[in-house]
Write a protein that binds this ligand. Structure first.
Ligand code: ADP
Ligand code: MG
Length: 257
């Protein structure tokens, strides 16, 4: 899983991001392996979320934000003119810090994507897909008897698993998670971490976390960002036990952050 691994699902090359005049990312190059979890760590404001949003072009939605460089997904640049960002975001799902179910039923939250993308051709097929997505997100047993109640009535941890089920329902290849546990209690956090570990076998997962313990627990590769630069990236155990850069050392030993 070195930085030159041929099996990279996503390759970032020389990515620079500007918010108006202000540059937030400086020439970030990173290979993101498939069927693995890559953690992005670093102090607040170092550009982790900005980089994550490059992968599914969510920065397009921010006025004044400009992205340069390449983000190559399976050999094609996501910023190419013929890439439809709506289809891209089905291939590259995203889970945010605060669970954001739609103000709809549990069933409708999961059924929405497959319906708008025309993934299913019958009601029974849709029901099957909703069930399998909820099962894969580890939520089915808790909601099977209340599918038609509002998603917003679930606990925070359940809502986050509902949002993950919603992402899974459209068969994504990559799942981006931006501090997905920071609004959750330790038990709900542990469940999401277990889920991430299960999903890893099928998806390319990128998680931003401010918790180094979480990065160490869930990821196989880690990238450390500092002041808009990717300082270093490599196998998680190496980053945590034998970092090459003193800035990484200082961060993981708690000297700043
Ligand atoms: P992190 O996720 O590591 O905390 P961000 O990617 O959110 O960092 O932010 C990186 C830098 O970009 C920060 O200086 C932040 O203030 C700036 N930034 C982020 N989002 C915006 C925005 N929408 N408009 C202007 N500046 C932004
Ligand atoms: Mg952030």
């Amino acid at each position: 899983m070195s930085d030159t691994a041929a099996a990279a699902k996503v390759k970032a090359r020389g990515v620079r991001v500007f918010y108006g005049e202000k540059q937030a990312l400086f020439d970030v190059s990173l290979d993101i392996p498939d069927k693995a979890v890559t953690a992005l760590i670093g102090p607040s404001g170092c550009g982790k979320s900005t980089f994550l949003r490059c992968i599914n072009r969510m920065n397009d939605t921010i006025p004044g934000c400009r992205v340069e460089g390449e983000i190559v997904l399976d050999g094609a640049d996501v910023n190419d003119r013929d890439v439809d960002p709506v289809l891209l975001r089905a291939r590259v799902g995203m889970v945010f810090q605060k669970p954001n179910p739609f103000p709809k039923t549990i069933f409708e939250n999961v059924a929405y994507g497959p319906r708008i993308h025309g993934i299913v051709s019958s009601k029974s097929e849709l029901e099957g897909l909703v069930e399998s997505s909820l099962r894969r997100a580890g939520l089915w047993d808790e909601v099977a008897d209340r599918l038609h109640q509002p998603g917003t009535g679930l606990s925070g941890g359940q809502q986050q698993r509902l949002v993950i089920a919603r992402a899974i329902a459209v068969s994504p290849e990559v799942i981006l998670m931006d501090e997905p546990c920071s609004a959750l209690d330790p038990i709900a956090t542990a469940r999401i971490e277990e889920l991430i570990d299960e999903l890893r076998t099928q998806y390319c997962i990128v998680i931003v976390t401010h918790s180094m313990a979480q990065a160490a627990r869930v990821s196989q590769k880690t990238g450390f960002f500092h002041m808009g630069k990717l300082v270093e990236a490599g196998p998680t155990d190496e980053i945590f036990t034998n970092p090459r850069d003193t800035r990484t050392q200082d961060y993981i030993t708690g000297r700043f952050g």
